[in-house]
Design a protein around this ligand. Sequence first.
Ligand SMILES: [Zn+2]
Length: 112
Amino acid sequence: MHELSVVNSLIELCEKNAKANNAEKITKVEVKIGKLSGIEPHFLKLTFDTFKNKTLCNDAELVMNVQKVVVKCLSCGNEQTLENNEFICKACGGEVRVIDGEDMLLMRLEME
Ligand SMILES: [Zn+2]
């Protein structure tokens, strides 16, 4: 299960941050989930809520923001969101490169 290893490293990262800030617990975890990351938000939350027990994330609420795929044209530089998996520039038909929406990122932590 992909989500399990994702959650493990997410909790690990949160605890590392909390310890660096001398926090006793984490109350909110905000992540950005790229559409191309292959992570299913529903399963991520389920897995997080199962595995957060006995960690500093025990009382943490997981907030997920789904990030659309953003591409940039290699020819004209136009930045656009990808609507239907057509990896070509809407403006000039050129080749595009993905610049956002591929990964899951930890955006913000609230801790006490
Ligand atoms: Zn273009």
